[in-house]
Design a binder for this molecule. Sequence first.
Ligand code: FES
Length: 167
Amino acid sequence: MTENNCSCEENNSKNEQLTMDILAKYSGKKGSLMPILQEVQTIFGYLPQTILKKISAETKMPMSRIYGVATFYSQFRLQPVGKNIIRVCHGTACHVAGSENITLALESKLDVEDGQTTADNQFTLESVACLGCCSLAPVVMVNKHTYGSLTPDKTKKLIKKYEQKEN
Ligand code: FES
């Protein structure tokens, strides 16, 4: 088990310094908004509003433009995510194979709606388009692991394993 002795404040100021380093790296470069947002999201896990304001101030780009990009591309998140991200595929093959019932089962088990994060920040539930392994439909990804041929019950058991990993 590893122990993290850093306080949140230390982490925040470290992350803000990393943001400033990113902004310095792209200073004056055209077309830099996408890579700036991508790198900032890698640090924070999402795009905090305070950081978007900092990007706006440093790059002299209006907030409306930054928000426009951040909300247009699905890769960007404006809200923090849980430790585990559950992606339920709702592509055609998975939809036909019952992905809607899997999402409903997870919403009930985790007490969240699609797109939300649990109160303990352990899980974020989201619907996604085809994950590219339709022959395994219905498919769910948890973090980087893909699980196929699921039923609502199997999915709930799967999530239980991730809950137990926390303890
Ligand atoms: S439709 Fe779900 S993996 Fe393709």
